[in-house]
Design a protein around this ligand. Structure first.
Ligand code: FES
Length: 367
C-alpha cells in the first residue's frame, strides 16, 4: 500500500489521500494479492486528484470561514428535511383524502403532485447546494489509465473458464447438457404465451369501415346529410357515415366504428387542388379525408383554410389537404386516407366506395 498526502492548493488545509494501489486479487496468481513491486509497466497515476496545472483556485467563503460552512451545512440539512415534509404530504394525499367528490379528487391530485415535486426538488437543491458550497471546489484532472488487461490476466481468465467447464463435467456428461437445453428452450417460449394476453388478433376488423358505395355523409354535429352548397369555400365539416346510426347505441359497437369511420369534408376552389389519391375522388372542390391521424390516432380538426393544412393537435403532424393528404410535417408516416365521394340523386354527398387503405395509426395496417 502506498499512501500519499497532498496539501490542498486552496489553503483550506484539506488533504488528499491516495489509496489507489491495486489490492485486487491477481488472477494470474490464482487470487493471491499482487506484489506492488512486481510487473509495473507504467507509473501509477494519481487518478482524479491532480490539480489542473496553471489554474488558481479562489477559495470560497465556506472554505475560509467555518461559520459560513456551518451555515451552508444547516441549509443543506434544512432542504433535506423539507424534502421529508414533501414526501409526507404525498402520503397524506394518497391515504388520508377520501376520493368521494370531485373536490377531494382535485385536492388529492394536488397533494400528490405538490408533495412529490417538493420532495424531489428539495433533494436536488440540497445536492447542488452541498456540492457548490461544501464539497471540494478545486479543479482536478483525471488521467486515463489503460483499460486493457495484461496478457497474464487475460490468459488467467481463459484458463479459469476452461477449468470451470472441466469442473462442471459438461464434456463428460452430455445428458445433463441436453437436459439443461431442454429445460431452458421451453422457458424462452413463455413470452410468446404472454403475448396472447394482448387480446385476440384484430383480423380484418381494422381494415374495414362501414363506408361503402352510396353511404350518405352526415354532419357529425347535426347528423343530417350534407350538400355541396352547405359547405362554403374554405369550410370544414366533421362528418360520419349514415349507417353508423344503425349500429346499436348500447355497448361499444357504435363508438368503436365511429373511431374508425369519422371523416371530414373540406371545400376548396377546384383550381387549388394539386392532387388527389384517385381520379375525381372529390366533388366540385369538396374533398373527404379520414379524421383519424395516421400517427397514433388522434382526431384531426385544426384546419388552416389559407394553406389547406390540417394539423394534428397531439404531435403536430400536418397534412396537405390540397395535395392528396400528404404529410408535410411531424411524425406521421402515412398520408391521410382519402374517401372518394360523389352525390346521390337528391344532391347529397355520398361515398363512391369504401376506404381503399386502412385508416388510423400505421400499425393498424398490420392487423
Ligand atoms: Fe397525430 Fe401524433 S397522433 S401527430
Amino acid at each position: 500500500m502506498s499512501e500519499r498526502e497532498t496539501a490542498g492548493a486552496s489553503g483550506s488545509g484539506r488533504h488528499f489521500t491516495d489509496r489507489s494501489t491495486d489490492h485486487s486479487p491477481d488472477l494470474a496468481t490464482g487470487g493471491a494479492t499482487r506484489d506492488p513491486s512486481a510487473h509495473r509497466e507504467e507509473p501509477e497515476a494519481d487518478y482524479g486528484h491532480e490539480l489542473v496545472p496553471g489554474l488558481t483556485h479562489t477559495p470560497r467563503r465556506t472554505d475560509i470561514d467555518p461559520k459560513a460552512a456551518k451555515r451552508a451545512e444547516r441549509q443543506v440539512l434544512g432542504l433535506f428535511l423539507l424534502s421529508v415534509a414533501g414526501t409526507l404530504v404525498f402520503f397524506i394525499g394518497f391515504y388520508a383524502v377520501q376520493l368521494d367528490s370531485a373536490e377531494n379528487v382535485g385536492l388529492s391530485t394536488k397533494l400528490l403532485g405538490g408533495g412529490l415535486g417538493l420532495a424531489l426538488f428539495c433533494i436536488g437543491a440540497a445536492a447542488i447546494h452541498w456540492a457548490r458550497k461544501l464539497m471540494s471546489g478545486e479543479e482536478v484532472v483525471q488521467e486515463r489509465h489503460r483499460l486493457r488487461s495484461s496478457d497474464e490476466e487475460r490468459a488467467a481468465v481463459i484458463k479459469d473458464f476452461q477449468r470451470g467447464v472441466e469442473d462442471s463435467g459438461v464434456p463428460r456428461r452430455k445428458a445433463i447438457l441436453g437436459g439443461l437445453v431442454a429445460a431452458t428452450a421451453p422457458l424462452l417460449l413463455t413470452p410468446i404465451v404472454l403475448l396472447r394476453d394482448l387480446g385476440p388478433l384484430p383480423g380484418r376488423k381494422l381494415r374495414e369501415t362501414v363506408w361503402t358505395e352510396g353511404v350518405r355523409i352526415l354532419s357529425d354535429v347535426t347528423e343530417r346529410p350534407v350538400r355541396v352548397a352547405d359547405i362554403p369555400i374554405g369550410g370544414y365539416v366533421a362528418a360520419i357515415p349514415e349507417t353508423l346510426l344503425d349500429l346499436p347505441h348500447e355497448g361499444s359497437a357504435q363508438l368503436a366504428e365511429r373511431g374508425k369511420s369519422a371523416v371530414m369534408l373540406m371545400r376548396l376552389r377546384p383550381e387549388e387542388i394539386v392532387s388527389q389519391q384517385g381520379d375525381n375522388w372529390g366533388y366540385e372542390g369538396v374533398l373527404c379525408y379520414s379524421r383519424i391521424c395516421t400517427h397514433v390516432g388522434c382526431p384531426l380538426g385544426l384546419y388552416e383554410q389559407t394553406t389547406h393544412h390540417m394539423l394534428c393537435p397531439c404531435h403536430q403532424s400536418t397534412f396537405d389537404i390540397a395535395d392528396s393528404g400528404r404529410v408535410v410535417f411531424g411524425p406521421a408516416a402515412r398520408d391521410l386516407p382519402q374517401l372518394a365521394i360523389t352525390v346521390d340523386n337528391d344532391g347529397y354527398l355520398v361515398a363512391k366506395q369504401g376506404f381503399t387503405e386502412p385508416v388510423g395509426p400505421s400499425f393498424w395496417e398490420r392487423g
